[in-house]
Design a protein around this ligand. Sequence first.
Ligand SMILES: *Cc1c(COP(=O)(O)O)cnc(C)c1O
Length: 398
Amino acid sequence: MTGVELAIHGGKPVRDTYLPYGKQTIDEEDIQTVINVLESDYLTTGPSIKSFEDKIAQYVEAKYAVAFSNGTAALHAACFAAGINRGDEVITTPITFVATANCVLYQGGKPVFADIDQNTYNINPLCIEKLITKNTKAIIPVDFTGQPVDLDKILDIAKRHNLIVIEDAAHSFGAEYKGKKIGALSDMTMFSFHPVKHITTGEGGIITTNNEKYYQRLIQFRSHGITKNPMHMTTSDEPWYYEMQFLGYNYRMTDIQAALGLSQLNKTGYFLARRRQLAKMYDETFKNISEVVTPYQLPECHSSWHLYILRLNLNKLRVGRKEIYQALLQENIGVNVHYIPVYYQPYYQELGYDKSFCPQAEKLYEEMITLPLFPGMNEKDVEDVVTAVQKVVKYYGK
Ligand SMILES: *Cc1c(COP(=O)(O)O)cnc(C)c1O
């Protein structure tokens, strides 16, 4: 929505131009780096891939990193590497993007949704434990909004029940859990490089791990299940020989993407600092407004602030989330909702998921709104969001 039509709740919109909820930051260095690859010998399967993987592994202090065409492909590969198969159950959160659960379905497994903690909005370890059966194979926790999940508890549950932990860290690149970077704490960790995420490659994803066996399987899965390593083949008499040993996919990242990622990586420190600064500015004003609840922060952790979510205090408002959402849109504030509980989706409903399985997640879903947050926002943008929220909650307040 653009233009200056009158907002239904009165007056001229706070902004003349639309402010999106997320956006990439691309500079001259990024552009030049991509051009250099276009002029080089390799557009794919070239040297930029390994450099990018090495740099990411180094950044998160993991032994290995395997890049993929997107984060969803990376999650699929991780499910394969973890050995998830027909009949296996995998516990995850309903407050996530559908990709988190879909990757389990790709492998013929069954996503099982555990409810969230009402303060952190992350998966609740107590709820995980209650859902474990003899078929449970893995847990896919999501560091929702960039705030790490309670890894000590989740890893302890996994250890006691012999489960694999695949951390969906699409939101938490650069986040820290008790002094350690997210990326080497779970068995495998996935990062996404979609344009709204912390750094972008256009489309892209990566798995980081300390496990050599997973590393080998991820590499092979990314390229049709093919190996050219004579050590791993059943025979190697012919010099042209390669071997397809299982059904893999073409999930490779291009060198064009990897080069952009390398250039973006140089700016991670700035991106993170800026996101934290902006979130703090939001926090400081919104904590004084009784109609909204600001995000709770886990002690000893540093969120990477992918999303800033306001929870509405519906007891203090005359209307529901939908009206507040629409009113903010009319102010040209690009609000969003992250996420519709996965099992509400028609596809999941057809699979037979109960629509009242996770009451905390469902309650949160009725009350949350994502506000714009990305490094390219300036102080005036933040002020506009704050002014619009103040105006709207005042208008609709009790
Ligand atoms: C972005 C995202 C993904 C998938 O990443 P793509 O790179 O878009 O495939 C998975 N999980 C979560 C929570 C995400 O936000």
